[in-house]
Design a binder for this molecule. Structure first.
Ligand code: PLP
Length: 282
């Protein structure tokens, strides 16, 4: 029986219910994280919950949990569901209150929910690469917050699906920002280019790991904006996320990227990523 976590309890999936007045439901007023488990251990879990706490802070949601308590909850969730390879989704909404845009007064308790699922690493795609399309970035200007408001991301991903692609690479005007649910990198002449961390992108934990790997291997990691034209002329393109890891993009808008093969920088980053799985899971 699958168990989910809601407000302090591990309960059977079918008994897991939330109120129709939950602000996550009516306003998308909340935040989330998605954390990977490899061999029953959590990957970069502290980094994920530090970001969760930051997202909460930016939305002035008072979480009643410390990072240690949150780690303990997701660990227990993996355990009770006997998950080895998989992921944990966790979200907090501002809470339940009569529908009014401004924050509830008096303050209400946030609603914390988490569930875990088992799945394998995307071995086939990591080896062969994926297709991507470009799409205008229509999201709000606080993309640094991992919030439940994902309409721009949802529409971008659906556009990708329509054109037989696995990811939509968004651009704000000509500037490439990030994927619908991933960060984006253009590799040119052995250098890795990616959008700087600011309000226009989500500061990915996998992005952080890629930065560590690039330091380990002395690969230049250049955090500067670039345009769609630069991306289309890249030798290699990758996207990264907790579930996609270091994912090669071999086709962009129907055109072959570079020479169509998985490039040497991508391979190095993938090799480095496997090492971090060993050292950063606990
Ligand atoms: C979660 C997310 C990412 C990837 O972040 P990771 O921490 O690497 O999983 C990138 N972009 C967006 C919009 C996201 O929501």
């Amino acid at each position: 029986m699958t168990k989910v976590f809601i407000n302090g309890e591990f309960i059977n999936q079918e008994d897991a219910k939330v109120s129709y007045e939950d602000r996550g439901y009516v306003f998308g007023d909340g935040i989330y994280e998605y954390i990977r488990a490899y061999d029953g251990k959590l990957f970069t879990v502290t980094e994920h919950f530090e970001r969760f706490v930051r997202s909460a802070g930016e939305l002035q949601i008072d979480l009643d949990y410390t990072v240690e308590e949150l780690i303990d909850i997701v660990r227990q969730l993996l355990k009770v569901n006997e998950i080895k390879s998989g992921g944990v989704y966790i979200q907090a909404t501002r809470g339940v209150a009569p529908r009014e845009h401004s924050f509830p007064t008096p303050e209400v308790k946030p609603v914390l929910m988490a569930f875990a699922k088992s799945y394998d690493r995307p071995y086939e795609d990591l080896k062969n690469g994926i297709n991507a399309v470009t799409v205008e970035d229509i999201r709000w200007l606080r993309c640094d917050i991992k919030s439940l408001n994902l309409l721009g991301n949802v529409l971008a991903k659906e556009y990708a699906v329509k054109y037989n692609a696995s990811e939509a690479i968004q651009h704000r005007g000509e500037t490439v920002t990030e994927g619908a649910s991933s960060n984006v990198y253009a590799i040119k002449d052995g250098k890795i280019y990616t959008h700087p961390v600011n309000n226009c992108i989500l500061n990915g934990i996998t992005r952080k790991v890629i930065k560590w790997i690039s330091e380990d291997y002395d690969l230049p990691f250049i955090e500067e904006t670039f345009n769609v034209e630069f991306l289309k002329k890249a030798d290699e393109i990758i996207i990264s996320s907790t579930s996609a890891e270091v994912m090669p993009v071999v086709k962009l808008d129907g055109e072959t990227v570079g020479d169509g093969n998985i490039g040497p920088v991508t391979r190095k980053l993938q090799e480095g990523f496997d090492k971090y799985i060993e050292t950063k899971s606990n």
